[in-house]
Design a protein around this ligand. Sequence first.
Ligand code: ADP
Ligand code: MG
Length: 729
Amino acid sequence: MSKLRFKVVEEAFDRKAIPVEIPEERPEAYYAKYVFNRKKMFEYLPKDTYCALVDAIDNKRALPREVADSVADGMKRWAIDNGARHYTHWFHPLTDGTAEKHDAFVEHDGKGGMVETFSGKLLVQQEPDASSFPNGGIRNTFEARGYSAWDISSPAFILDKTLCIPTIFISYTGESLDYKTPLLRALNAVDNAATAVARYFDPEVRHVNSYLGWEQEYFLVDESLYSARPDLVLTGRTLMGHESAKNQQLEDHYFGAIPSRVEAFMLELELEAHKLGIPVKTRHNEVAPNQFELAPIFEEINLANDHNLLLMSLMGEVARRHNFRVLLHEKPFAGINGSGKHNNWSLGTDKGVLLFAPGKTPMQNLQFLTFIANVMAAVYNHNALLKASISSATNAHRLGANEAPPAIISIFLGSQINEILNKLENSDTNDLLTFGAKKGLKLDIDQIPELLIDNTDRNRTSPFAFTGNRFEFRAVGSSANCASAMIALNAAVARQLMEFKVKVDARLAAGNDLTHALLAEIKELISHSRAIHFDGNGYSDEWKAEAAQRGLDCETSVPKIFDAYLNPSSVDMFKQTGVFSELELQARNEVKWEMYTKKIQIEARVLGDLAVNHIIPVAIRYQSVLTDNVFKLKTLFPNEKGDKLAQLDLDTIERMSAHMATIMEEVKKMVNARKEANKIESEREKAIAYHDNVVPPMDIIRYHIDKLELMVDDEMWPLPKYRELLFIR
Ligand code: ADP
Ligand code: MG
């Protein structure tokens, strides 16, 4: 009997909710308690320092060097007052998580003792020994060092008694080695480009901000059950497991009552998040059993993304205190929904106007249409790139796999916007404009209602949907760093707006008035990017065929999807916007391919081990029980009766042997495929070999193990089953 499985099931079953201490104060009292925000800056910094720092943040200027020492000193005092002993530059290398190296504040005081100090030099810049972070070869060819530099636009915070300073991470020659650097560049590019266009409508606009509201989906699994699943521990997903008889068919989990253990976890997570200034707001059950979602109020992208990364690590910590493990993998369980991280994205001016929100006046609506049309064009021109930006070995199970939506980017607009765009495209620019006696120019398109009816009833199958005043990029994976998608999207839109501005200006120079010039260019964009617009069922097979006909990128092999980063239009776009040089793009793709290979390699190793050392031995043991039984039956009932009675067992024995033989054969194939692939020098070719030759046997092995699970005595099966993983909470 499999003792471990029954022990962990029992443990999990007996667990009660862990009580959470609820503060007596309301959230406003402890919100951002551990954040060095303006209130704390004002309290801890001399007035001149405060003003200089705020000015640098607001006007996106570099912090004057002489101010840094004073900022560091105030920040240290605040940190120590809140129990901190260490500080760290907190950055986002090209791995899945964040990186930090802690240093204590202590220094010799020259008298044999210690003082706690923190200088501007240490605050502003450090040189982490970064040789073991992914760099795609950049640091082999150039300087071996990298350095991290303070991002003043994201406030420092205290986590586990350590002062964390958000930083960018770059090589000595200036190439980015992280997600934050290109994100800041992309946000800067879209700010400049969108501001220039927004000024057609309001010359006083100074900045355009880019906003992100992420919705984080995740699974929770009891810690004991988790510990008995080596595949979950090592790869974050189940590499085998037959579907549970009941899973999400009854649709009884979504928005259902939150189980008490989970609610306690959520409560503590929210409290901790609020103390760290993460404005989490929404929580609910998701569609699959044991799947949940958490969403904050949207924020400026750079901050929102820091908050998402911080939250993901916080989730892991808090979950442990509640005897859960968080699964952020995009597809921890086959056959039920995977987890995404919808990126709600919008642009807004510093004067508070959301540029994707319909307005009340014709001119406001022309602005709205200008930005919508430019987004359409950007997404159309770079649909392959946007797909690459959300692709990974793990998200591949959620997009483009057997049971998932296809790996194709399209935009959902809804019938009202669609109608307006059709009308615009098909009318003469002059017809759209009428001159009212006193009111001046009038745009003859129907009022765009502020609340778009069909957007409340949204199309859930679209990877990129317009939802009233924002776009929702839904293809992003739950474990992803949102920066990847946000870099590509904002850069593509920036590039598109730059081009738009040049064209509109040319029309103005040729004597067109502004409205005519804008309308003419919008019309061009609508016709140009028609193919990206699709409001139908994105999960249907017909769409796959149609998308291919429309010329949208339909590649499903992740290593090949990454090629989109290096196609000439992407390289040019990233260069024009100053987001990536070609060298950076090449280096980063090397990292992507390498990561892909490594993830599959780890999965393949774990699967091979589980198959050969866990599953087959158990199957053989059960088979020998059956064999024994056959002998006994035949001894008891000689002749025909015995043959007949033993037939059932004999059939099972034979079928089990067939499954086991296939498993062993495919494991051999998988191992050989790995050996062959590992010989390949090029990271791209190696990743392709893993995709083409290692993954297929893995799928077959799983299929046959899942069949064995249905045959072997439940008491012998070693791994917690789907029904246990998904329904015990
Ligand atoms: P859903 O109905 O898709 O679950 P919610 O209404 O819960 O969506 O909102 C999802 C996220 O979208 C939240 O984080 C919310 O703050 C964010 N959001 C709302 N408006 C905007 C906007 N204009 N720009 C960016 N994000 C936004
Ligand atoms: Mg949503």
